[in-house]
Structures are given as C-alpha cells and as structure tokens.
Design a protein around this ligand. Structure first.
Ligand code: 6GU
Length: 276
C-alpha cells in the first residue's frame, strides 16, 4: 500500500517510523510519501493561507499550492505504476463524515491513499471540487471536537488502517477479531454491537485483586459467556447509544441472560422489546 500525506508540518509524521507501522514501512509493505505543501508555493514567504472571502475569523488555505501539490503527488506516485484504480483522496475535516472501523477496513483495501491536511479554517472549497473531477474524494472527521489541523487525525487514521494490513499486526487474529460497535455487524460476530470487556494476564493475584476465576477454568463456553457479560456491562456503562441499537441490529438476538445483565447494569430494558 502507498500513502501520500500533504501537510505544512512534515515533521509531525515522525511517528510513522515507529512501532509496527515503522517496521512495515521498513519492510516495504507500506510506502509513505510525506510532502511539504510549501514546496508548491512560489512567493518569498511561501504563503499557504489568506483571509476568508465574506469575512469571519481565521485563515483559509489558498487553492493554488493545493492544486499543484495534488497534481504532482498524483503524477509522482502513478508514474511508479501498480496503482490502477488511482488514488483515494482523504480530506480530514471536523465537517467530514465520522471515521469508523468500517472506513479503516475499506481504506486498508485501497492500494493508494492521499491525505490532504488542512490547517486554519480549512482549504478553499474549490480544491475538493476540482479534485473530485480527477479522483475519488472523501471528507472524514475523527470525532466531535475541533483540532487545529488534520495532522493528528491522519496519524490516527493511518494507525487504524495500517494495523489491518496483512503482516502488520504480530497476531493476524487480533485484527480479524476486532469487534467494534456496529461497524462489523455483517460479519455475524456475536460480539458485534458491543465494546470489549477488560482483559487480564499474569500474575493471577495482584495487590489482592484476583483475575476472574472463570478465565482460568478452561471451560470455553463459560469463558465466552463471561466475556459477553463483561462486554454488555461495559457497553451499558460507556455506550448507551450502542445498547439502544442492540435489540434491532445485533447479528445475534439478545437472550434472557443478556437482558438480565443489561438490567443489572441499570439499563432500562423491556424483555418483550429487546429479545427478538
Ligand atoms: Cl479530521 N480535522 C480537524 N481539524 N479537526 C477534527 C477532525 C479532523 N476530526 C475531528 N476534529
């Protein structure tokens, strides 16, 4: 996979050479191209922003450097061949569609991604319009809060995407077992629609706290039931929005025991409504 990133802060992407992603890049499984947007400016001060038409606070990124940057990056990587489908341009913005595990999986199947990191109040709107006439473009947000720029969002998305690539994660099953909310509900995973409960390792007793004994029992059915209970409790605690969808959208219907656990977790559940 090839990932190009256009930014005014190339040094922000130092972490891409660290950890599992760094190793995958060193092996050549992922090729990163980090490009300084100011390389496509032509004035003495290498200007990338200007005040917004129509007034208002902040600065808007000028279209000309972005246009040249996208033209060059598209040509540069395409010239190396092997990217038949062309790039998918991802523009991080708080105004984008919510990035989820589904996006991560879809992007991980792309041969070539380009990330365009905006700063200030965003990039002149014509840049995305123009790019859409040349390639596929998606605007995505990593959550309902405002960052000063797209750079941290690109690091976050890159990690979520690259850990799904074959060989990047030490244990291939770790990624296959990812269950997150309703992102992978089609997989039929019985844990889809839930967040995961806690995990434990040695020592069996730590500061007088014991690991739940069932996890040491070797009884796989009992362990699976315990894990589902723990997932239900944590979902009820932290993600009431997900619990509300369980009745209608979970791939495996809620059973009596599930309803009992949810009700003990203080979640108002109506057995007739929830058990479908
Ligand atoms: Cl992708 N960019 C910026 N600037 N802020 C954000 C974001 C992205 N996602 C959430 N907040």
């Amino acid at each position: 996979m090839r990932i190009d990133i256009i930014t005014i802060f190339p040094e922000y992407f130092g972490p891409l050479s660290v950890s599992l992603i760094g190793k995958a890049a060193a092996r050549g499984d992922i090729t990163f191209g980090v490009h300084d947007l100011r390389g496509w400016t032509h004035d003495l001060h290498r200007t990338v922003d200007d005040s917004p038409f129509g007034g208002g606070p902040g600065m808007v990124m000028k279209p000309e450097p972005w246009g040249e940057a996208l033209d060059s990056v598209q040509a540069l990587a395409g010239g190396r061949g092997g990217f038949g489908a062309g790039p998918l341009l991802v523009i991080p913005t708080p105004a984008g569609a919510p990035f989820s595990q589904l996006h991560a999986a879809r992007y991980a199947a792309e041969p070539w991604l380009i990330f365009a990191c905006g700063r200030y109040e965003g990039i002149d709107g014509r840049v995305a319009d123009e790019a859409r006439s040349l390639m596929r473009v998606e605007e995505v947000s990593i959550g309902d809060y405002v960052l000063a720029g797209g750079e941290p969002a690109v690091l976050v998305m890159t990690e979520a995407i690259c850990r799904l690539l074959p060989g990047v994660l030490g244990n291939a099953e770790s990624a296959a077992n990812d269950s997150f909310g309703f992102g992978d509900v089609e997989s039929g995973d019985p844990m889809a629609g839930l967040v995961e409960g806690p995990s434990y390792t040695r020592p069996r007793v730590w500061r007088d706290r014991e690991v739940p004994p069932v996890l040491l029992s070797g009884d796989h059915a009992a362990i699976a039931r315990w894990r589902r209970d723990a997932a239900l409790r944590r979902t009820a605690q932290n993600r009431p929005d997900l619990v509300a969808r369980l009745a209608t959208e979970a791939p495996v219907p809620l059973d009596r025991h599930d309803l009992q656990v949810l009700s003990e977790a203080g979640f108002p559940v109506d057995g007739k409504d929830m058990a479908h």
